[in-house]
Design a protein around this ligand. Structure first.
Ligand code: NAD
Ligand code: TDX
Length: 367
């Protein structure tokens, strides 16, 4: 099978979300002739405004098509896959806390949706084998470090067993296991990426970093789960998107690639740094009831991706400072993202937690 190259026609599902829209903007900005069709349901997390930079640039806009629809709907998916050289699947429900409140949508998109995409790719693979198209489409299934579960020590390697512990992580594991099975059984050209905790511009304000930045800007309490000693390895969104493109163009069929970040940090140290950047006091931080089943630590080994030729570019302290500045300068964007069901979600997730909260212990390294 030949890997697609610059100038290909890509179907990017979930391309109006945080990481997908960065992938679309950055790939179109390479001006190498690549054409992109975005298929996005525009859930509460999808936002057409995330593509404004590409849609407002006539050269890029001429190579971008937007389709609103569901990856679990074969009527929408099938013709789009017929026209594609590759499918890059970012579409998912992506917030762990929402998966604990309401898992159904996670399974529909993360399992049924991935199945519909794989079936469409399977048909095109058969057509390629029968000489009805030049080559089979490649599919990149964008997955996550969370499939490994909580990692007390060391670094997860791609051959480790998956051990997901939240409905979100279980749906993501199911999606990538299906993708691997389709590679083994039907010979589909599938590659899987497992990205680390990602941060940067256009990140929905429900997630830790943008929630705490935007709450702090409004002098609202910052609800830190448990003791705040959980550890995450932070990856800038531009590095995550570029690493996925690198795997799309250079990865081996049937392979899985970890995409680690460049900075393993305790949550309370990240929060302290955000507060320092905004010149806001630690007294805004409240220790609240923990997330059920909260994974203590994620950490991945990146040897395989390094060997493929990819290295991250954005250093965490600089990336975080630029991200905080971006939220300061894009108040209109994040206030609009706090529309829809935001108030109801926020009350359900945080009202009791904040009413029963306590003073939070300070950071371990002074931020
Ligand atoms: P996001 O929630 O910002 O974006 C998801 C996008 O998918 C939205 O635009 C949404 O409208 C769309 N979508 C949801 N269900 C759909 C459906 N059924 N059909 C079509 N579109 C649908 O998420 P994100 O943070 O950009 O994550 C993108 C992908 O990367 C996800 O698969 C996620 O699991 C994975 N990932 C995220 C991170 C992270 O830290 N954010 C880390 C590793 C992996
Ligand atoms: O209010 C909060 N308080 C808090 O202490 C929130 C929203 C989070 N946290 C903690 C929980 C985690 O330890 O901060 C850490 C990061 O939380 P999230 O931003 O919700 O990310 P996480 O659960 O680690 O998952 C993220 O990384 C992996 C993405 O949301 C997933 O889509 C991705 O797969």
């Amino acid at each position: 099978m030949t890997v697609p190259g610059p100038g290909a026609h890509l179907l990017v599902t979930g391309g109006a979300g945080f990481i997908g829209s960065c992938f679309v903007r950055d790939l179109l900005a390479r001006r190498d002739g690549t054409r992109i069709t975005v298929l996005d349901k525009l859930t509460y997390a999808g936002n057409r405004a995330n593509l404004a930079a590409a849609e407002g640039d006539p050269e890029a806009a001429a190579r971008l098509t937007f389709v609103r629809g569901d990856i679990a709907d074969p009527g929408v998916v099938d013709p789009l896959v017929v026209a594609a050289d590759a499918v890059v699947n970012f579409a998912a429900e992506s917030h762990v806390d929402r998966s604990i409140l309401d898992p159904a949508a996670f399974l529909r998109t993360g399992v049924d949706g991935v199945y519909v995409l794989l079936e469409a790719v399977r048909r095109e693979t058969e057509r390629a084998a029968g000489g009805e198209r030049d080559r089979a489409p490649r599919m990149v299934q964008v997955s996550t470090d969370e499939v490994y579960g909580s990692v007390a020590e060391g670094w997860s390697v791609e051959t480790d067993a998956v051990a997901p512990r939240s409905p979100y992580a279980a749906a993501k594991a199911a999606g990538e296991l299906l993708a691997s099975a389709y590679h083994v059984t039907y010979g589909l050209d599938v590659v899987i990426t497992r990205g680390s905790n990602t941060y940067g511009p256009f990140h929905h304000p429900e997630k830790l970093i943008p929630l705490f930045v935007t709450n702090a800007l409004d002098d609202l309490p910052l609800p830190l789960y448990g003791d705040g000693g959980q550890r995450r390895d932070w990856l800038h969104v531009s590095d995550h998107a570029a690493a996925i493109a690198h795997v799309l163009f250079h990865g081996s069929a049937g392979e899985t690639y970890n995409i680690p970040g460049s900075a393993e940090r305790e949550n309370r140290d990240v929060v302290a740094r955000i507060l320092a950047l905004l010149d806001k006091p630690w007294s805004l931080v409240r220790s609240v009831a923990d997330r059920p089943g909260h994974d203590r630590r994620y950490a991945m080994d990146g040897t395989r991706l390094t060997a493929l030729g990819w290295t991250n570019r954005v250093e965490f302290d600089e990336g975080l400072a630029a991200t905080v500045a971006w939220y300061r300068e894009h108040e209109e964007w994040w206030r609009a993202a706090r529309g829809g069901d935001w108030d109801a979600y926020y009350a359900r997730q945080y009202a009791v937690r904040l009413a029963t909260s306590a003073t939070a212990d300070g950071p371990t390294e002074g931020g």
